[in-house]
Design a protein around this ligand. Structure first.
Ligand code: SF4
Ligand code: ZN
Length: 711
């Protein structure tokens, strides 16, 4: 046998032995009927479920799984067979990790890793992955001989926006070297034991189930999906033992190349298992192997600029200064001007710059971006303006929240000491606008004001009138008032047969693509994901049936789908990719619907969590009775108008209800003449089962009780 297959089988057999023993012990201790599950997932033990279709729910189910695990280890001298033995190790790792959740509800509490990653987090990663905002997923595992080397590699990934999962002592090594960690910062410690690597493996596997509509039990389909669509790879640090090698074989079976930092000589497998002993070459090699291309943005600023810093938090004690609408006037505004009024790349700072502001204090701030361009339209102003939030945030040491006249910006001391000044804020905006909106923006000038009186003047005379004008435009933007709708097929890289239809009143289900965004995307990338759909020949207004919608969807999904209604949850409903903000499902007792948002982790009256409800639909498949949608759609008069509209909503989590209350109450008053409709909608503080829900609806006289049956 070759050294490599020898090592793989050695590791796989060792893990199989450990797993078998652990399962026997657990059954002896807790009995066969003891429940076994990972937290907040609808996919059981995801590796086993996806690969075999078996829904493990109790300890007794695991005995057969160990049998499957052992059957994958043939000990044959053949690389393909040895890679299957690697999958056996994945199955074993999953079982061993699941047993930790039998021992304790929160086995990772107090540990430096997070362990299992819940479904809603995976769904939230959909959009950043499809837009390339997260260009890839790295798994960094082991213990480096030189801690500085692994920290440098991880920081490099972070600066490129790569999502990096850490396993083993590299976690402490990176922490000690000052790598900032957390889900928002895209460096995620999983756990110390090598088995915790399964928690990133199941992320890839659940992506196949959630977005790819891969049938559980279809192992070849699963492996094809992860190989083709999940841009992941593995880096190991330090000496390899047989368990690590066998786990690596599992990664390779899933299509994820492995780069090790020891010299494997002739045991390397080109394209799948390669040695890079020079750590300064690790990142490039890994990205090349996975075909990940990074767009480098060289900006003339003294701090790092990367989307991984978007989630950075700057505490009061660490801040140099703050600009906040809580105490001072603030605004951010993009305005279109005549060509002659804009001097390209002109940057003006009015008032004191950061070095002349007293540390620790709160100041006023206005950011005015003036653009001109032959193809510029006033509709694109808000699209550009909304990105200021992200771009300011991408600067390391800058925190930005809010938009328009409600903002807060904190500048960290460290960033200030590195020389960051307001002119750099302007440079960032200029560079990013010219990078992303160059098709519509020919010239751009930026003015940043800290002088309180002048900020106030800018706010009163320019910003507020522009905001209200824009709000009026948004208000008047109904599905009737426009000539075209748009497709959005961005999510096809994960959900190949999904297509969103974006209308003024029904934004993309991810919540990130409004009709204006789609319109801008069409202008910026004419052959891109957003293509216009003609509204001609409407066949049914209430259901929203349009011949061209059907034609475009059929084309966009390569025939997977040929009929879609815009406003019905029962008849040919719009499909979901999996990254929806909210899931709506029929509540049969009341004849209404409940809606749960991704952030809500509790139970709904349907007896299912968000994650469980979400698993009922997705992957571009039509599922009557379930519908993924954006938050903003809820208050639309088109919301399932075919079935009577939002009058059917009987339950929402409190946070979501409060978020949409103002708009929903207003729509309810206008459409049905109902006052304070949201007071009639239950939430988790009122009901989490059907009985309590019905009692509440009866008490409130909810209008759904007078409607026809929904089915
Ligand atoms: Fe994906 Fe639809 Fe959002 Fe486009 S609008 S990014 S297809 S969810
Ligand atoms: Zn999506």
């Amino acid at each position: 046998m070759s050294v490599l297959t020898d090592l793989i089988y050695g590791g796989s057999n060792a893990v199989a032995g450990l797993t078998e023993g652990a399962v026997k012990d657990a059954i002896a201790k807790y009995g066969e009927d003891r429940k076994v599950a990972f937290p907040d997932t609808a996919y059981f033990l995801p590796t086993i479920y996806a690969a075999t279709g078996v829904k493990v729910s109790k300890l007794g189910d695991l005995t057969a799984c160990v049998g499957v695990q052992k059957s994958l280890i043939t000990n044959e001298e053949d690389l393909g067979a040895a890679l299957n033995a690697g999958l056996a190790t994945a199955v074993g790792a999953e079982i061993i990790e699941a047993l930790k959740y039998v021992e304790s509800d929160a086995p990772y509490e107090g540990e430096s890793g997070i362990g299992f990653v819940p479904d809603p987090i995976i769904r939230s990663l959909g959009v950043p992955l499809v837009t390339g905002d997260i260009p890839g997923v790295a798994v960094v595992l082991g213990e480096a001989e030189d801690p500085a080397a692994v920290a440098a590699v991880v920081k490099d990934y972070q600066s490129k926006g790569i999502m990096t999962f850490l396993v083993g002592n590299v976690i402490e090594q990176c922490a000690e070297a000052g790598v900032k960690m957390g889900l928002e910062l895209r460096v995620i410690p999983l756990g110390h034991e090598v088995t915790s690597v399964i928690h990133v493996v199941t992320v890839a596997i659940r992506a196949a189930l959630i977005f790819g509509n891969v049938t559980p039990g279809d192992l070849p389909g699963l492996l094809a999906y992860t190989k083709e669509r999940v841009p992941a790879f593995v880096n190991t640090f330090g000496a390899l033992n047989e368990v690590v090698v066998s786990a690596g074989a599992g990664a390779i079976a899933l299509g994820f190349p492995v780069v090790v930092d020891v010299d494997l000589g002739e045991n390397q497998v080109p394209g799948a298992l390669e040695s890079v002993t020079d750590h300064t070459a690790t990142v490039k090699k890994s990205l090349d192997l996975r075909g990940i291309k990074i767009k480098v943005k060289e900006l003339p600023i003294p701090v790092a600029f990367a989307n991984a810093f978007e989630g950075e938090i700057i505490r009061k004690g660490d801040m140099q200064v703050e600009f906040s609408s809580h105490k001072m006037p603030t605004c951010e505004i993009v305005q279109t001007r005549e060509e002659s009024q804009v001097e390209d790349h002109k940057i003006t700072i009015v008032g004191a710059d950061l070095n002349d502001l007293e540390p620790g204090q709160t100041y006023a701030l206005a950011t005015l971006v003036e653009v001109s361009g032959a193809k510029m339209q006033s509709d694109f102003e808000s699209v550009i303006e909304r990105k200021i939030h992200a771009w300011y945030n991408y600067m390391e040491g800058v925190m930005h929240t809010g938009q328009r006249n409600q903002i807060r910006i904190r500048v960290g001391k460290e960033a200030f000491e590195k020389g960051l000044r307001l002119s750099h804020f302007a440079e960032v905006l200029y560079a990013m606008i010219m990078d992303e909106f160059d098709i519509v923006v020919d010239k751009c000038q930026i003015t940043i004001i800290t002088d309180k009186d002048q900020v106030q003047e800018m706010l009163d005379k320019v910003a507020m009138p522009a905001y209200s004008q824009r709000d009026e435009r948004l208000e008047s933007l109904t599905d009737e008032s426009v000539d075209v709708f748009y497709t959005c097929t961005l999510c096809q890289s994960f959900a190949p047969s999904h297509c969103c239809v974006v209308t003024p009143e029904r934004l993309g289900l991810c919540g990130a693509v409004s009709w204006l965004d789609a319109k801008a995307t069409k202008e910026l990338t004419p052959t891109g994901p957003c293509q216009p759909i003609s509204k001609e020949g409407c066949e049914d207004e209430a259901k929203g049936v349009y011949p061209d919608v059907n034609r475009m969807v059929e084309e966009a999904t390569h025939g997977a789908l040929s009929k879609v209604t815009l406003y019905s949850i029962m008849e040919d409903p719009m499909t979901s990719c999996g990254c929806f903000e909210c899931i709506c499902g029929i509540e049969p007792f009341s004849n209404g619907v409940i809606i749960a948002n991704r952030e809500y982790a509790g139970m709904t009256p349907l007896g299912m969590t968000f994650g469980e409800l979400a698993s009922m639909t997705g992957g571009g498949v039509q599922t009557p009775g379930f519908m993924g949608h954006g938050r903003h759609f809820i208050a639309s008069k088109k919301f399932m108008s075919a079935e009577g509209g939002f009058e059917r909503i009987v339950w929402m989590p409190k946070e979501l209800k409060e978020d949409v209350a103002e708009r929903l109450n207003k729509s309810a008053k206008e459409k049905y003449g109902i006052d304070n409709f949201c007071d009639m909608i239950a939430d988790e503080t009122i009901a989490t089962d059907e009985e309590a829900l019905m009692t509440f609806l009866n008490e409130k006289g909810h209008p759904v009780l007078g409607l026809d049956p929904i089915m």
